[in-house]
Structures are given as C-alpha cells and as structure tokens.
Design a protein. Sequence first.
Length: 576
Amino acid sequence: MVRVVPWLDRAVRVIALVILVQDAASGGWLDQSEHAVGAVALERAATAPLYGIVASVATLLPAGEPAFRLGVLNAALAALVLVGVLRAARALLPKDPIAGLAPVVLLAIAQPMREAAAFAGPHMLAAAGLVWAIAFALTHARAPSPRLALAAFACGAITIGAAPWLGAALVVALVVRFWRTVPRPQLVLAAACLGVLAIAWWIGAVGMLPVRASSLSRVVAATSHAAPLVGIGLLGAAFALATGLASARTLVVAIAIAAIHAIAIDPDPTPVLALLAIAGAVIPAAVVRVIPERRHLVAAVAGLPLVVVALLATPLAAIDDPAGTPARLATDLLDDLPPGPGLMVATRTTTWTAIHHAQVIAGARPDLQLTSPAVTDGALVGAMRGGLIAGADVPSIGRLDPRLAQPRGRGFQLLLDHPTETAPVPQPASYATPRGAEQAALLAIDRGRYEAIAGRLDLAARATGLAPGRFSASDLAILATAVPTPERPALFQFIPALEPKAAGPWLLALFGDDLAWVAGLPQAVSEYPVERRLHALWREVWGGTRKPDDPAIAALGPLATAATKRMLDTIETTRR
C-alpha cells in the first residue's frame, strides 16, 4: 500500500487539474472582474495582497483573456487543495490512506468549490494554505519534526496573504499547538519571518483590511449546494472527538476558526468545506474498523455511497461562465456616446466593474472618465457647461430632469436642454447568466421609465419587452394616448422591494401592471410576487374599494405600510 499512496496523490492532482481547467471561466462579474483588473494593473488589494502578486504572475500565461488565466490559476490551486485534503486525511488516519478519497471527490463536485476554482478570487489560495498547514500540523503530531512545523507556519503565511484574519487566527492556533514541541528560537524565527512577509505584502497595497461583511444566513445559503459534504464532515468531526482520535482536536479547532471567519468576515465556504472534507474521511475509516479484512478495499467501497448520496442531493451543474457578457454590457453603455472627453457615471456596482474592466483591459473609450454614483448633479452640470459630455446608465442623476436625457445604446447621455431627436427603442437586451439577466431587466426598466415620463407609454411597453406579448396592437394604441391623471397616477416608482430577489421578468411585469393601470386596461391580480400584489391593492385604494390602512396591505409588512403612506403623501403634495 505504501507504493499506492504516491500514485494516488499524483492521480488526484492530474485528474483534478484536467477537469477543473476545462471549467475555468473566461469572464466574471464584480469582484471576479476587479481581480483581473488588479492583476493586469499590477495592483495588490489589502484584502488579499499575496493573491494579487500571484495573480499578476498568472496573467503572463500566453493564452486566453486575463480572467481565463486567473481561472487556470485557481484550477491549479484547487488541485493543490484536493491533494492537501488527501494528505491531511492520511495524517489523521495513517492506517487508512484510502479513506480520504471519497471526501476528496465530494469536495471536488461541491458547487461552491467548483465555482471558486473556475473564477478569479483569493479564496482558493486561502484554502490551499489552510489545508496544507493542517496537513503538516497533523503529520507533525504523528512524527514531530521542526521542518514540518516550519512548513505549517509557511502555509499559515500563505493563508494570511489571501485571507488576513483567517490566516492570523490559524497562525495563533499553530503557535499554541507547537508551543511544547518546537524549540522557542524556531518559533521566534517563524514569527519574525511572518512579520517580514506581512510588511512586504502590504507595502503599496490598495484599500484596507477586510471588514465584517457576512452573516450566518449568508454562510448557510453559500453551503446549501454542498449540504452532503457539510453533514458528512460534521459527523466525522464529532465521531473523531467522541472516539478520542489522535489530533482530532487540532482539526476541529481549525474547522471552528474557518467557520467563524465565514460567518463574521467572508461568506465564501471554500476553506471550511476543505477542512470538513478532511473530517469526512473518518466515516469510511469507521466502517473499516467494523470490517477490518482487506481494509483498503473496504475503505474505498465504503466511500462510494457518500458520493452517490451527494450526487443525488446536489446534481452537478455547469459553471455559469458569463464569458463576454460583461464586455457586451460595457459596450452597450459606452459605444454610442459621442466622442469625449467626458464622464461616464455608473450607478450600479455591476455596471461600474464591467466598464472598469473594459477600459483597463480592453482599452474601451479612454476619452471617458468612469465616475461613481457619488458624483453630484451640480458637478455634472458644471462639467457639461465646460464642454464635456456626460453619460450614465440611468436617465437621471440627483435632481437632473430625466426628460433632458438622450438615449444612447442601452445607456443615456445627460444634457442641459431637451433632446432634439427621438432615439429608436430596442427590445430588452439578452445577457448570459442570472446576473446578466438582472442587468438586462434593470436597463429595460430605466428605458421604460424614461419613455413613460416623456408620455410615450406605448414605447415604454416596447422598451420593457411587453409588446408584442402582454400588450396587443389595440392596447398599444390606447397606451399611445394615455397619460397619468389624478385619478390614475403612476405608482411603479413607489413600490418597495418587499422580498430579497434579483430583478427579472417579475419587475418587467410589475411595470406592465402600472402601464395598464394608467391607461385603464383590464388586468388580472397577481398574488406573487408580493410587489405586484401591493400594486393591485393600491389600485383598489385609488378605485375607492379599499382603505389605505386596510389589513391586506398591513399583512404585506411594515415596508408596504410605510410605502403606502409615502405614496399617498407624495402624490397629494404634487397635486398641491
């Protein structure tokens, strides 16, 4: 069996790398996009400075877009994590080196792990450092060696460079673990080296250390697609503690540290899932104790039901790679704007990162300076008076009149006077991935509201994709002449988000409810989502069949009650 173990390590590393590289994403949203931008610009974020250094080196690969190159980097790190889990499980259970194979497969097929391995981001580097630190610590517990302790500290340093608070807690735990088994001078030397590395990594880093940005509910949601691995890992950890397995406390402490970090700082579950995979090796090993004959074959067979259960509970899903979708979004917002110099205001984080990526990596529209929504309407007016153009992903910023905007592609050019031409109304965009669909819906709503404010309700229906479809030709003829009245005011802008969900078809349908209400067109009452139900209740309030304090409105929650009062007060104030 001694000969099989190195062969098994190499097989896991090669097979995992081949499979994971095929899933490497060629695009990304938000942080994934920003990591690619930072790597190309040779910038290091203070949240993960070591990852910034490694990512900058990875961009030198002579193939693919920068995002793909970082995806390949994370695939290689993921393969390293899987081998580290196998090594740690072997150190925990030296008599059953095959027992760790099933948990490795469970970790490899877990959706959070596959996504972290496919997209740019520091989580896989943090998981690699954490897993190998535990592997060295468990090996040191079986056969004490100063070199193993120093290797564990080196891996802790890697974790610090990718997830500072997680790495710091890990290093403290390692100091406590090695306090009696490692000579003090070597511990002091390890601490000094960590300090030097930290100084080197953080010099010139951009931003600040990670702050609290997570919660238990976010962690539970993030691990929902890896529930079998979580359950098996927790059961294995509990069994190891109950049976007094050597070094079980070291592993449990590491799991607790990773879980607290996920709940308090970063909800990405990759590090804690990797540690739970190590603990999951205890379950096949426990079966071996019951059937000791041919223990290695029994350990391998005992792990098969765990893999089958995981596949049945969470079937494999394809990695949702946006590919060129963020670039399409940026192009749709930038390309139709007049030549600069000028400003481009991005009011949504997704829009901002897509444009930032396109400008830094692809050199898109260097004549436009990307500006955050913090820019004031006064600053925009001053810039336009100075001869600069001003673009935005919405028709109005602050107190600027949306009727002064001119549609340009999927975005808008802000003007000081009314536009002299009417822009054609496109159908809603079709962007890949759920986040892309959300952005398409938001852009369609922005254009629909722009047309509705201008009194072109028929064009608003076309802009939101409701015609042809929900509204027929005769309905469009009625919408073309309809305008909001005191008896039928527009209500869409007062509807709050009553449930946490992404923008999508339901939002476009809600906008269609408002168009139909203003035009007096018949429509059915929708019970879901609740925002459409609230709109239906408001229509009844304006129709005189329901009171503003009706229990049906209160049943939708305090947000619905407060929005009802705000809507009535605002419309009454406007009338005066």
